[in-house]
Design a protein around this ligand. Structure first.
Ligand code: GLA
Length: 428
């Protein structure tokens, strides 16, 4: 529960136009994180001061994620293999007296709400994601906040989760950093279910909170455990964005969940995790639930195998697993688009590529590719040329990302003075 107003041993003082407000900070998590301030655009602080009439007191940042393999398996208690990326969402904030106000650099003014008591149904628009976090955390301190992101919205890189986890990390730090990472991730998932109405799994929020530089996260979503698997040296991650907005993404997502549930009740199992790909009774299912279940059980196998293939630097196997994953998402799960299929094919056939597939929920968005670092330029040129030629689209972009630590928060300090940062991670 919230300990708003408590003056803990590590309490810091902040000046606002309402007077002096003391915010509790846990001394254990005050570590320097100078990289955090560098993630904000130059005009962010001026914009903050214009909006709220005071200096920011705190700063938080949370990464988006890319999923290497294990798609649409998390809500079936299966395996996933995401990595937190260097693109993400930042929040500048100061204490407020009566209500929380949020403003986005991209979306403009959000709703005002009382973070201590907000409940589902009270907030509309993009600020539902933020209000949902306050609600799911059992109430939070009132703040004024400006947020912004360099994540492309709708590309399947979890911009929603990054928004949630940045605020959750900040509010938890202001509470004394009492919650563990899993608790924070689950609260963010609850926010999305309860306040936004998307029945998402927990992969995105766990990756954004628990990310580790240089590592992919092999997660077992039944036991909610994470194993960090270092990415091979000399291999880079490319985000191959189709530039086509996702269509029907939320409704198709919820429909796929229902179809998986139908498969479970017909098979008499709690989740598709309990179904073995060697079991023959998948054939007894109706056509749609059967196809969906077939994707999930084979994708779990591929995800487990990917952990081994990455450790063994087995280029050929990595390529096969990613290609088969994409094909199954196209043929069995029906969440790819023509553009995603063409982008994946263009990437798979381009120089230096170990493997490529669509990433995220699908229905538009981006593909992920593992590419030899020495070939990234050639790869990017090849892929875009092939993608544009085969689709006739002018859209599309290739972006290399590095693999980052998870969400962090701390005290804001003016540039050139050392910042005092509260985080469970050391910067990225
Ligand atoms: C979205 C959801 C995740 C996961 C993926 C598909 O990103 O938020 O929980 O289900 O789709 O793998």
């Amino acid at each position: 529960m919230s300990k708003v107003g408590a003056k803990g041993p590590g309490g810091l003082s902040f000046r606002s136009h309402h007077g002096r407000v003391s915010a509790p900070m846990h001394p254990r998590i005050q570590v320097p994180l100078p990289g955090l301030q560098a993630k904000m655009p130059a005009d962010a602080v001026r914009r903050f001061e214009n909006e709220f009439g005071c200096e920011p007191a705190w700063l938080a940042w949370a990464p988006g994620r890319v999923n290497l393999i294990g798609e649409h398996t998390d809500y079936n208690e299966g395996y996933v293999f995401p990595a937190a990326i260097s693109l993400g969402t930042w929040v500048l904030a100061c204490p407020a007296e009566h209500e929380t106000r949020v403003v986005s650099m991209e979306e403009g003014h959000g709703a005002s709400f009382q973070a201590r008591t907000v409940a589902p149904g009270q907030v509309e628009g993009w600020s539902r994601y933020v209000a949902g976090v306050a609600w799911a955390m059992g109430g939070a301190m009132e703040i004024h906040a400006l947020t912004g992101t360099d994540l492309p919205i709708g590309a399947g890189l979890s911009s929603s989760a990054a928004l949630e986890t940045a605020f959750a990390r900040l509010w938890d730090s202001l509470d004394g950093g009492m919650r563990d990472d899993l608790e924070i991730a689950l609260a963010c998932q609850k926010a999305e279910h309860g306040m936004v109405g998307v029945q998402c799994g927990v992969m995105d929020q766990m990756a954004s909170i628990m990310g580790k530089a240089g590592c992919a996260l092999f997660m077992d979503v039944r036991s909610l455990t994470v194993e960090y698997v270092p990415l091979p040296a000399g291999l880079s991650i490319a985000i191959c964005d189709t530039g086509m907005p996702r269509t029907l993404a939320e409704s198709v997502y919820n429909e796929r969940r229902r179809e998986c549930e139908e498969a479970c009740s017909a098979l008499g199992v709690r989740s598709l995790r309990e179904v073995d790909s060697k079991m023959t009774n998948l054939g007894s299912l109706e056509q749609r639930p059967g196809l969906r279940a077939s994707h999930v059980v084979t994708e779990n196998d591929r995800c487990r195998e990917m952990a081994t293939a990455l450790r063994d630097l087995n280029r050929e196997r990595i390529g096969e697993l990613m290609r088969d994953s994409h094909l199954s998402l196209r043929n069995n799960y029906a969440v790819t688009t023509v553009e995603l299929d063409e982008m994946a094919r263009a990437a798979q056939e381009s120089q230096g590529c170990w493997g490529a597939r669509m990433t995220g929920a699908g229905m538009g968005g981006a593909c992920v590719a593992l590419v030899e670092t020495e070939h990234v330029e050639q790869f990017s040129d090849d892929v875009l040329r092939k993608y544009r030629a085969s689709t006739g689209q002018r859209s599309g972009s290739i972006r290399m990302v590095s693999v980052s630590n998870g969400a962090a928060s701390g005290a804001w300090s003016q540039p050139k003075t050392p910042s005092r940062i509260a985080s469970k991670n050391t910067g990225s």
